[in-house]
Design a protein around this ligand. Structure first.
Ligand SMILES: *[C@@H]1O[C@H](CO)[C@@H](O)[C@H](O)[C@H]1NC(C)=O
Ligand SMILES: *[C@@H]1O[C@H](CO)[C@@H](O)[C@H](O)[C@H]1NC(C)=O
Length: 363
């Protein structure tokens, strides 16, 4: 019984994990290895991860007084990849380099003028960027797309926009783009290399994150521990377990509802995070229903009910922990949040081990 349960966790873990890390990555720790396909020198470019949730990496360098080299790398999802240069930080009025690879395998890299958010006003082969003749290249390699170009400019715009098109939907032969799947607005200080991400609704996103983190990812673990380690005090364990879990559930549900608001107001694409979140919500509802219809203590089926309740609860917690870390990643919140939550988990883990040892000593 135990072994199969652990096996179920392991399978879940590896499935979810492999789907999260499936795309090939390009790290700033490694040099570009594009075998002479880029028509300019790429060895000493500065490198920054510029959009961690979409895994975009930008390399750049001022190579001559008025010549700036850029190489953007992104996972290739059969969608267009774009980098825009904006004076205001907004899409409208900016110019962008947009690339994709059609079915024939010959990549296309074009400048666009972004006249409005409406795709009809996004015009190919126009824009304010002075692209150096014969400096552009587009390469698809190891599931990543690299777009390279040089600009003839004294100082490029520091407001850089990035976008990615809908998956498996490359532009048709008229080169017209459809609405992007996701986008981000950043500011790059070319001298210091410092990068800031400008994202609206930060507070809303963080409240969503904190509610879910505390509800599903901390309180529910404490509630599960209450059921396991307070058993000798009946019925205290029962009331503490059910009230703690109910509190966690209500916080978690509020967090999920805020998640929908965030998704809607940011027009964000967070499909995996949302799918895992919905699954957690369903498991949470199942637990509440199971609690309401629990058989009496003496009933024969109570043993099976206990197993069911236990397994669903454990899967819920494992998925919640994964989705919290993944949500911090998707929200580009950086390592501080991951470390903070990791420390809380570690403390809960140490307390759990201590209580476990005590429990085994007693029995
Ligand atoms: C850059 O632009 C200036 C002025 O428009 C021009 O004279 C120069 O030749 C350009 N350099 C390159 C490498 O295209
Ligand atoms: C760009 O390439 C074309 C064709 O290969 C060539 O005719 C042209 O002279 C090149 N222009 C520059 C500025 O190198």
């Amino acid at each position: 019984m135990r072994i199969t349960t652990y096996y179920i966790y392991l399978t879940f873990f590896s499935l979810v994990f492999s789907s999260l890390v499936s795309s090939q990555s390009d790290s700033c720790a490694s040099n570009l290895n594009l075998k002479g396909v880029i028509p300019f020198e790429t060895t000493s470019l500065h490198c920054h991860p510029v959009w961690s949730s979409e895994d975009y990496t930008l390399r750049y360098l001022q190579t001559r007084p008025n010549i700036w080299s850029f190489v953007l790398s992104a996972p290739y999802t059969n969608a267009f990849v774009a980098i825009g240069f904006s004076t205001t930080g907004r899409m409208v009025g900016s110019s962008a380099m947009v690339g994709w690879v059609p079915a024939n395998g010959v990549g296309i890299l074009k400048q666009y003028f972004l006249g409005a958010t409406n795709p009809a006003q996004v015009v190919p082969d126009q824009g304010n960027l002075q692209v150096v003749a014969n400096s552009t290249a587009i390469v698809s390699q190891s599931s990543r797309l690299y777009i390279a170009f040089q600009l003839n400019v004294t100082q490029p715009e520091s407001r850089l926009l990035y976008a990615v098109g809908p998956r498996n939907r490359i532009p048709s032969s008229d080169n017209r783009l459809v609405q992007h799947r996701d986008h981000i607005s950043t500011r790059l200080d070319y001298t210091s290399g410092q990068l800031t991400t400008e994202r609206p609704y930060t507070t809303l996103r963080r409240v969503h994150g904190i509610l879910n983190m505390i509800g599903w990812g901390i309180i529910m673990i404490i509630g599960a521990m209450a059921a396991r380690y307070l058993k000798q005090w009946d019925p205290i364990w029962f009331y503490s377990h059910s009230s703690i879990q109910l509190l966690g559930f209500f916080m978690g549900v509020s967090g999920v509802i805020l998640g929908f608001v965030v998704e809607d107001s940011l027009n964000a694409s967070v499909d995996r995070h949302k799918t895992i979140g919905m699954f957690i919500l369903i498991l949470g509802c199942l637990q509440v229903i199971a609690f309401l219809v629990r058989p009496g203590k003496e009933a024969k089926v109570r043993k099976y009910w206990n197993w069911y309740h236990y397994i669903v609860g454990r899967i819920l917690i494992v998925l919640a922990v994964i989705n919290i870390f993944y949500g911090i990643h998707v929200g580009d919140e950086g390592n501080g949040w991951k470390i903070g939550y990791g420390v809380i988990l570690a403390i809960l883990g140490i307390v759990g081990v201590g209580l476990e040892v005590r429990k085994w000593r007693k029995t």
